[in-house]
Design a protein around this ligand. Structure first.
Ligand code: C2E
Ligand code: MG
Ligand code: MG
Length: 577
């Protein structure tokens, strides 16, 4: 060790412990030697003392450092400020630096050096500690990752996405460059999760993330917002570029995913917004992409949709309808119109179908296609359906009381109503309340309602049938009917959907379908009614096929109860060709 002669002290510290003894009170000596913290004393840029832990931390022996090297030899060259401060012997107080330290084998680690001035051998010196920050930095990095990345897929999460979007918007504004934002949601992911369990669901999400990750460019950001919703930001992309990517994403997801021994299909629905025309703020862009994605789902899934301003109007309308639909029943805003059903054998009105309308105080008359699905999704279909049933039975009974020819009253029943435990009792209540003969009531259910859970519905149908109520299958031909069930269900009538009647004169396929349904009905001893008859030619064709009944604008639009009375009195369809 190099000897240093102090101003006030003649002694030369060849022995490190003598240096400790001179710098630290005697009782600290052994502790300073043993402690698991790196300590040093430096003077004139050279270590006068290092404890064994410091030497070990840097991969040297105590002797290789003491009197031989200084702190600067243990730091990366960039630590300039440290260099200056140490050269100048440090100011009055305690100083702290965070630097990259270098071991003897040239490996580096982040370190914090805390030093303070000290008089050593009668001259100015520095005493300090070196703390290894590797573990702390690792923990910080992990925390940063957890805060910014999705733990399951490793993709950026909502937080990082918002940050990147902010940067993207700033860059797009500066350079007047558009960008596309895509929102991708898996179709039926919930079903997969429910049937195979969350572990398989999680694996599928990772597989999807990987696959869409390979379809995007390096400059694009792919993030997972939670659940099965992914967001893609494409800087500089035009509508054509976004379309191209959406098609590639859909293609990529259309190949099955091999997950936990299953071949799973997870088709996506994609909504696209373009900056700046569809919105300039992050919130608006994300919301509009979401609206477009839901539109894609409505359009049959496994497809993409660009956002349009009308979509927002539709969303707004839906929210508004939902709000005011709640008070519609209470405020007696619903009314029924009735459409005649005509026997093709004699041209007489044999029944009517009750069709609900909503007289909205501000929007006027609203047709069921606009609000029935909202009612079904919100559960409001039950009070609405109950009201329709009660009112239709009351009206049918009132016509009989007025001495009009007796009619069948057909009432549409939504799937949700039919699935309810108390539905049979509700029907019995409506009949008892009005005094209508059960034989006069007919309930229309769609194929979809029945086939969805056929076994469960057989009980309900049988109970209604025993009560004397007739059942008909509405919109027949548009769903999937099992012929075996058709035989077992106590159904009395099939209603050929109007999509097959529409084009009957011109489309041979439609003619084949209609005539097949008529023949099948005859074989199964079911009456067949054609919906949506609008022309004399359609009527003639249906007659030659042997169809029993018809309903449509050719005979009459759905009418308020008062106008039905006039029609009945005149019976204008007798012998009408
Ligand atoms: P739906 O049961 O198939 O009723 C027939 C629909 O076809 C009615 O539409 C009717 O106005 C229309 N229509 C009848 N003839 C013709 C025609 O010649 N040409 C054309 N283009 N259309 C014709 P509406 O009244 O708008 O009802 C639509 C649907 O709303 C109904 O289809 C039914 O599914 C549902 N709906 C109506 N009222 C109720 C109800 O009280 N409860 C439930 N759950 N659903 C109802
Ligand atoms: Mg109907
Ligand atoms: Mg129908």
């Amino acid at each position: 060790m190099k000897s240093v002669k102090g101003k006030n002290q003649a002694a030369v510290h060849d022995d490190p412990s003598a240096a400790v003894a001179s710098a630290f009170p005697a009782i600290f000596g052994p502790a300073v030697e043993a402690v698991q913290v790196s300590l040093f004393i430096q003077q004139d840029g050279i270590f006068r003392y290092v404890n064994p832990f410091l030497a070990q931390q840097f991969g040297y022996t105590v002797e290789e450092l003491t009197g031989q090297r200084g702190l600067l030899d243990l730091l990366l060259a960039a630590a300039d400020s440290f260099y200056l401060d140490t050269r100048n012997g440090v100011g009055a107080g305690v100083s702290t630096w965070e630097v990259m330290a270098r071991r003897q084998d040239h490996s580096v680690f982040p370190a914090r050096i805390v030093s303070a001035p000290l008089t050593f051998d009668g001259r100015a010196a520095t005493v300090g500690v070196v703390l290894d920050l590797s573990a702390q930095r690792e923990a910080e990095e992990k925390a940063r990752e957890l805060a910014n990345f999705d733990a399951l897929t490793g993709l950026p999460n909502r937080r990082l996405l918002l940050d990147r979007l902010q940067q993207q918007i700033a860059a797009a504004e500066r350079e007047a460059m558009p960008f596309a934002l895509l929102c991708l949601d898996l179709d039926n992911f919930k079903r997969i999760n429910d049937s195979f369990g969350h572990r398989v669901g999680d694996e599928l999400l990772c597989a999807v993330a990987n696959r869409i990750g390979t379809a995007v460019r390096r400059i694009d950001t792919l993030a997972r917002l939670g659940g099965d919703e992914f967001i893609l930001v494409m800087p500089g992309a035009s509508a054509a570029g976004a379309t191209d990517l959406a098609c590639r994403l859909i293609d990529a997801c259309n190949k099955p995913f091999a997950v936990a021994g299953h071949d799973l299909t997870a088709t996506p629905s994609v909504g696209i917004t373009m900056y700046p025309q569809d919105g300039k703020g992050i919130g608006t862009l994300l919301r509009n992409a979401d609206v477009a994605m839901y539109k894609a789902k409505e359009q049959g899934r496994n497809t993409f949709q660009f956002y349009t301003a009308e979509m927002n109007t539709a969303t707004f309308e839906r929210l508004m309808l939902e709000g005011s639909l709640r008070r519609a029943v209470r405020n007696a805003e619903l009314e029924l119109h009735y459409q005649p059903q005509i026997s093709l054998a004699n041209g007489c009105i044999v029944g009517v179908e009750a069709l609900v309308r909503w007289r909205h105080p501000e929007l006027g008359l609203i047709m069921p296609d606009r609000f029935i699905h909202v009612a079904e999704e919100t559960g409001l279909i039950n009070p609405i359906g109950d009201w329709v049933l009660g009112e239709a039975c009351r009206q049918a009974k009132a016509w009989i009381a007025e001495g009009l020819p007796s009619l069948g009253m057909a009432v549409n029943v939504a799937p949700e109503q039919f699935r309810q435990g108390g539905f049979v009792a509700t029907v019995a209540g409506a009949l008892a309340g009005s005094g209508l003969d059960p034989e006069r009531l007919e309930l229309e259910v769609t194929e979809r309602t029945l086939m969805h859970d056929a076994e469960a519905h057989i009980g309900t149908m049988t109970a209604l049938h025993r009560m004397g109520v007739e059942l008909s299958l509405d919109d027949f031909g548009t769903g999937y009917s099992s012929l075996a069930y058709l035989k077992r269900f106590p159904v009395g009538k099939l209603k050929i959907d109007r999509s097959f009647v529409n084009d009957l004169e011109h489309d041979p396929d439609d003619r084949a379908i209609a005539s097949t349904i008529v023949n099948m009905g005859r074989s199964l001893r079911l009456a067949v009614l054609a919906e949506g008859v609008e022309t004399c030619e359609q009527l003639a064709l249906l007659r030659t096929m042997g169809c029993d009944l018809a309903q449509g604008f050719f005979f009459s639009q759905p009418l308020p109860a008062g106008q039905i009375i006039e029609l009945l009195r005149r019976q204008p369809f007798l012998n009408k060709e």
